[in-house]
Design a protein around this ligand. Structure first.
Ligand SMILES: O=C(O)CCC(=O)C(=O)O
Length: 279
């Protein structure tokens, strides 16, 4: 699909699949780094890696439904790792990869792009649990709610190992309420009987990417197979989006710049005003 056709599809459906965006070598580099991060979570690192391993340990979350189990070779069962760009060069570079930026600039219509989130979502063999259906913008202090997320498949993702599920055109529904995102293996993905039947599986081959609007309803089922389903997930926004924190969250926040903005490395957004300053 041409870039312009991709944008039209995204605006109509709320999502876009780009197949084989990354090469096998690029995916293997990410897989090796994921293995490294799991080793860090287990406390295994060289002296030279100590600082980044300590930061990584503060950002990984264990799978809440896996109790004390481990994966093979005694690695912990992790659900996700947040803020990967703080301790992983591999995932910092991936966030600003020119192949991603080209699509994101087209979808957002902005040459300037900031990074809201850099996460790894893990679904280890047999242990990966469900993510209930939800809209990301219902949880994010950003207005207008039109961020773009990309989920890059780092293994083949299928309905059996917990690939994404989306509801096409649901980004046009406005903000709604969804309940808990973390759900046990056999839990239903939503209590909302009115939307249940509209879910569509999005299988992806490793290296392919799903882009979606932050109001699009999505989730994922459990991993019931012996094959892991790991993804790199990034959310981006243009400087037109304001930071609108509530409930005692910091009044200003620095966001990494991944494209444009005169080559600045970050931009600090000040809460609920148009006053933006750089530090
Ligand atoms: O990767 C997944 O399985 C779901 C992630 C998700 O829904 C999210 O982080 O908003």
């Amino acid at each position: 699909m041409e870039l312009k056709a991709r944008k039209a599809f995204f605006e109509k459906e709320g999502y876009l699949i780009v197949e084989n965006l990354f090469s096998t070598e690029e995916v293997e580099r990410c897989q090796a780094e994921i293995h490294r991060l799991h080793a860090f979570a287990a406390g295994h690192e060289s002296a030279a890696e100590k600082t980044r391993a300590e930061i990584a340990r503060r950002h990984v979350q264990r799978e809440p439904f896996a109790k004390d189990e481990t994966q093979g070779d005694n690695l912990p069962v992790l659900r996700k790792a947040e803020n990967t760009r703080q301790y992983s060069e591999v995932f910092r570079d991936l966030a600003a990869h020119p192949k991603l930026i080209e699509v994101l600039q087209e979808l957002t219509g902005s040459a300037d792009l900031l990074l809201f989130r850099s996460t790894l979502m893990f679904k280890p063999a047999f242990h990966g649990s469900s993510h209930g259906l939800h809209q990301d913008s219902a949880y994010w202090p950003m207005d207008p709610p039109n961020l773009v997320t990309v989920s890059i498949a780092l293994n083949d993702a299928t309905p059996e190992n917990g690939c994404f599920k989306v509801i096409p055109k649901s980004h046009l529904w406005g903000m709604q309420s969804w309940g808990h995102i973390a759900r046990e293996q056999d839990a239903e993905l939503t209590h909302r009987k009115d939307v249940e039947a509209q879910q569509m599986d999005v299988p992806l081959s490793a290296g392919s990417a799903l882009f979606f609007h932050s109001l699009m309803v999505h989730g994922s089922g459990p991993n019931t197979t012996a094959n892991p389903r790991n993804t790199a997930l990034y959310a981006y926004f243009s400087p037109q989006v304001r930071y609108t924190p509530k409930d005692g969250k910091p009044a200003e926040k620095a966001f990494p710049v991944v494209a444009g903005l005169g080559g600045k490395t970050e931009l600090t957004l000040v809460a609920q005003t148009d006053d933006r300053s750089q530090h």
